[in-house]
Design a protein around this ligand. Structure first.
Ligand code: TPU
Ligand code: MG
Length: 565
């Protein structure tokens, strides 16, 4: 059998365990899609636009080893760059594959459609370099195997997106068949000597401390450390907390789990617990203005351990060339039991708050909404939390083992959740996929719900219609935070057209919401969107506090330079 460049690429993706590739067609990628279709194990899933296509691949990468999207030159790729930026920020490997000009046109002086109107087409790969860890251009078939493998290898090792552009007349050109995938997936090896000295240095700091606590951050999971973190926690016996971005990265039913650490808006008792620890074991922690509540909670001390994806820091010592999972695997067996922080936390006698059901006829509140969502979270649930008040509600859910939360707190692109959950649900159709999304966010990417309908994915979309950008209102209010209302539930009929099985429902009170939830759980043939009416003033009290702190950080006056006076 003769192989082609496009077929080679498709085989590489299926060898990695991908069964789907997301795409939007365009004349620069049509023959590439034809060639990729030759691998019958790789289904092409089409999206409404390239931003959504990129986010769908990003969502798929939250479930599989990586995601992949195919777009056309410039008009498509420029939109997908935003999603690549998101995947970069969130440490998700994803291939952004773009069709590109016929290789005869390079250097010819020809001006082509879908380009900037001049004959040097390298601008696109130059842009791609800013939002990916590696960018390659395939203009000759002989180079394709090497360049495709190079891009995949870097994406996997760095947990970042990679960019591949393929000339439209090269996708169908013959090329050698791919060999085994192992050479590409082989992970980097930590230096054994550095691992040992790093672990000893950390142990020294840990043994000096009275009350260590484990704080898990947003990079812990992509660094592959979830299992090793549990081993470390079991061995150490101390309290374990997760930062907001890492919600669900540690089993919440674990006896040592104490809840979310998010500065002033932490779970009860957790802010003090972290502040008073004399050895914080930060694993994959990300300190940005949002995660530190406007820079108000950057607690660090000389005994703290910073275990990052590619390096470890303790005191003034920095160890690089070692990886988080390898480090934890050798560090966990070395540590002595020290449950002091957990005992201190338990001594506070904090009891979980019980929320009573609201009367069925009473106007719906965010408290009642969250109470009912908690009721449908099971051990096969994945909950997507969109940027907005949903982040703050999301922190309060108790996750049974097996349940997962996905958010995009570093990039924070409103509208991310719809296409990302679509991509995730394509990979995980049998999980209970629930999304909490605000009205403002939904307006950016709403059309991708039609692809959930097309693929018959039973996603539950909880659309919080609070008539505007509440998260922005709490940071800094103005007329720009009001939006045009939509009949969100009514949209589902539009998307269903003649054959869809999506369901659009509205709930104004607890009784209607309970009914709608029942119907959503019973609808297995398509998504159910439940539009919940929430008073614009009703939001999470945590958002109010956080919004004030972020506003203070945003409005710090510029530093004055002496030269300017
Ligand atoms: O629940 P709620 O009202 O807080 O959420 P909703 O309605 O989704 O509003 C989100 C408002 C928002 C904006 C406009 N959050 N962040 N932004 C700024 C923003 C603008 N454009 C993009 C692509 N991402 C953003 N985060
Ligand atoms: Mg809103």
């Amino acid at each position: 059998m003769e192989y082609t460049v496009g077929h080679y690429l498709a085989i590489r993706l299926t060898q990695l365990g991908l069964n789907h590739v997301f795409a939007v067609a365009g004349d620069y990628n049509l023959s590439l899609l034809d060639e990729m279709a030759k691998d019958s194990n790789l289904e092409q899933v089409y999206c409404c636009n390239e931003l959504n296509c990129g986010f769908a691949a990003e969502g798929y990468a939250r479930s599989r080893i990586m995601g992949a999207s195919v777009v056309t030159f410039s008009v498509g790729a420029f939109s997908a760059f935003n999603a690549a930026g998101g995947a970069f920020a969130e440490n998700l490997p994803m291939l952004l594959i773009s069709g590109a000009p016929n290789n005869n046109d390079y250097g010819s002086g020809h001006i082509l459609h879908h380009t900037m109107g001049y004959s040097d087409y390298r601008y696109q790969i130059e842009m791609a370099k800013q939002v990916t860890c590696v960018a390659v251009s395939i203009a000759h078939a002989s180079e394709a195997p090497c360049l495709i493998d190079h891009a995949i290898r870097h994406a996997l090792r760095n947990r970042k997106p990679a960019y591949i552009e393929i000339s439209c007349n090269i996708a169908s050109a013959p090329c050698p068949p791919p060999g085994p995938i192992t050479a590409i997936t082989k992970s980097l090896v930590s230096d054994a000597g550095t691992l040992k000295v790093a672990a000893e240095a950390c142990l020294k700091a840990l043994n000096k401390s009275k009350n260590p606590v484990i704080v898990i951050g947003g990079k812990a999971r992509s660094a592959g450390g979830e299992k090793q973190i549990v081993e470390l926690a079991d061995k150490l016996g101390c309290a374990v907390t997760t930062m907001a971005q890492a919600k669900g990265f540690f089993p919440e039913e674990h006896a040592q789990y104490v809840g979310t650490y998010w500065g002033e808006i932490s779970a009860p008792g957790v802010e003090n617990l972290v502040a008073q620890s004399d050895c914080r074991i930060y694993i994959g922690a990300v300190f940005n203005d949002y995660s530190t509540v406007g820079w108000t909670c950057q607690v660090t001390g000389e005994n703290d351990l910073f275990i990052s994806p590619h390096h470890v820091r303790v005191g003034k010592n920095e160890f690089s060339g070692i990886y988080l999972d390898d480090f934890l695997a050798i560090f966990a067996p070395m540590v002595q039991k020290n449950p002091t922080s957990l005992e201190q936390y338990r001594a506070k006698g904090i009891k979980p708050t019980q929320i009573p059901a609201a009367p069925a006829e009473a106007e719906l509140t965010v408290v009642e909404l969250c109470r009912q969502i908690q009721g449908i979270i099971d051990n096969k649930t994945t909950l997507f939390l969109e940027t907005g008040d949903s982040w703050f509600h999301g922190m309060h859910f108790n996750l049974p083992n097996g349940a997962r939360v996905e958010s995009e707190m570093q990039w924070g692109h409103i509208g991310w959740s719809v296409p990302s959950m679509f991509g995730y649900a394509v990979s995980e159709p049998d999980r209970r996929n629930i999304m909490m999304v605000g009205d403002g966010s939904f307006q950016l990417t709403a059309q991708e719900v039609c692809q959930m309908i097309r693929q018959k994915l039973p996603v539950i979309i909880i659309l919080i219609n609070n008539r505007g950008y509440t998260i922005e209102v709490k940071i800094h209010d103005g007329p720009y935070n009001r939006i045009k209302n939509w009949d969100y539930a009514g949209l589902i009929n539009v998307f269903n057209a003649e054959d869809g099985k999506g369901l659009g429902l509205k709930a104004k009170n607890g009784g209607e919401l309970a009914e709608a939830m029942k119907k959503a759980l019973a609808n297995k043939e398509g998504p159910t969107l439940i539009e919940v009416a929430i008073d614009p003033q009703d939001c999470s009290p945590d958002l109010v506090v956080w919004g004030k702190r972020v506003q203070t950080a945003n409005s710090r006056p510029p530093r004055t330079s002496l030269n300017m006076i």
